[in-house]
Every structure is written in C-alpha cells, then in structure tokens.
Design a protein around this ligand. Structure first.
Ligand code: C5P
Length: 239
C-alpha cells in the first residue's frame, strides 16, 4: 500500500490570537506550516503530501513558495471543522488514485516540531495493525475537571484518574477505507461531530481501538500565544 499525508491547514487559529491564521505566523524565520512541511518532506515512506487549505486562502503560496510538484499537492477544500477538512482531503486523494488499502497519515499544520524519525516510528508500529494508530503521551500532569465558580473564577470540581489517560498528538495513521467512512459517520450527527477532535476519535466511535504509540514532548501543537516563542526556541536549538 502507498502512504499519503494530509495536512489540515484550513483553521483560523483563534486561540493563538496571532492577528491571522496561526499556520502563517513566522517562527524561526519561516511560516509555521513551512517547518511542518519540510519535516514531512524528509519522511521517505510518504508517497505524497496533500495540504488542505481554506477555499479563501490567499497566503499559502507566498509563505511556502517551494511547495508543489509531483508529490506535493494543495487542495482548497477546507471545511468548517478539522474533520470536514480531512474528509474533503480524502476525496481529493481518491480523485488522485488513492485506494482503500492505502494509508492516510494526518498531521496538524500547527505541529511544526514533528521529526521525521517519529513519523517513521508510528508507521513502522502500525504497518501490520488492523486499525492504525497515533502518537500520544501518557498523561504526566494531574487532570482536573473545571467549572466557572460563583465568583467567576475557574475552579476544580473533581480530579480525573490519569492512570489510563493519554494526550493525543498527530500524526495519526489509518487505512483510507476505514478513515473515510469513520469521518463520514461521525459528521452525519451534529452531537458526535462536535466531539470529534482528531481522526482516532472517529475510528473509536465505530468500535475500533487505535494503537497508542509513545510520542514526544516536543511535538507541541502551537495553540496559545506563548507557543510561538516556545516553538521558536525548540527549532533554534535543533538548527
Ligand atoms: O484548531 P486546532 O489547533 O485543533 O487545529 C488543528 C489543525 O487542523 C490545524 O492545523 C488547523 O489549521 C486545521 N484545521 C482545518 N480546518 C478547520 C479547523 C482546523 O484544517 N476547519
């Protein structure tokens, strides 16, 4: 089977408050997504990478001028949610000849610190798996359920047992013939759709159990304003 990467890059990045989509915010001299794509370009096992942009995106080519060609594709088919963006990206892969037994490896544009070796490890561990899997980390912090108190302050209501909890990262890899119906099924119902924040959750909703492959603490998803500086420091120490 072949392996195609999908990079959902159609979000607005509200939480990052970057004055524009966070994927184009400069980090260590380049747009954030440019770092992500150059890491994926160094993964030998990938046959092609498809970047999913918002239909109204007018920044990608300016920020990532060298992306394109036989194995580097762009589709302006981003949807209202990440799941829709990925599902539309899979339609594009099918139009380009992808088959149900091919692998689809989804990686957030916003995880610009991904290392090719981590992607290789995920692929190697999932290659013979019936379902597929994802990079994730056993939870190190104590996990609190929170609520807004009577005084408006954020307050802990209970502590959630962290012993069997993992923090999900990307990449996540599944067969196209499993991920496509899983996302379609999840998106068909508004309540389920709201709870689908990664590919694995759609797979789980069908009763399958994605493999958890230990990821890396540096594989952060740039989400909050302070994350840009952290990503920059990590990238500079590698250079
Ligand atoms: O918002 P969040 O950080 O969870 O988004 C994860 C990834 O999904 C980002 O790379 C973002 O650009 C992408 N996304 C998308 N389409 C959306 C929402 C998010 O491609 N509608």
């Amino acid at each position: 089977p072949r392996c195609f990467a999908i990079v959902p890059c159609a979000g607005v990045g509200e939480r990052a408050a970057a004055g524009g989509p966070k994927q184009y915010h400069p980090v260590a001299g380049q747009a954030l997504v440019a770092h992500t794509l150059s890491a994926l370009a160094r993964v030998a096992r990938l046959d092609a990478t498809l970047v999913v942009l918002s239909p109204s995106d007018d920044q990608f080519e300016r920020h990532v001028p060298h992306f394109g060609g036989e194995h580097a594709w762009v589709a302006r088919v981003g949807g209202a949610s990440r799941a829709e963006s990925v599902l539309n990206g899979m339609d594009e892969l099918v139009a380009r000849g992808a088959q149900p037994h091919d692998w689809v490896l989804v990686h957030d544009a916003a995880r610009c610190l991904v290392e090719p070796a981590w992607v290789d490890r995920l692929m190697a561990e999932c290659e013979d798996d019936e379902v597929g899997g994802l990079l994730a980390l056993p939870l190190a912090d104590t996990l609190k359920a929170g609520a807004s108190g009577a005084d408006g302050a954020a307050r802990a209501t209970t502590t959630v047992d962290r012993r069997d909890k993992w923090a999900a990262q990307t990449p996540q890899v599944f067969r196209l013939g499993l991920l496509q119906p899983a996302l379609r099924h999840a998106l068909a119902d508004p309540v389920t759709a709201a709870a689908i924040t990664d590919e694995a959750s759609a797979i789980e909703a069908l009763g399958h159990q994605p493999r958890l492959v230990v990821g890396n603490y540096e594989n952060i998803k740039v989400t909050w304003p302070g994350d840009f500086a952290l990503a920059e420091r990590l990238l500079r120490t590698r250079a």
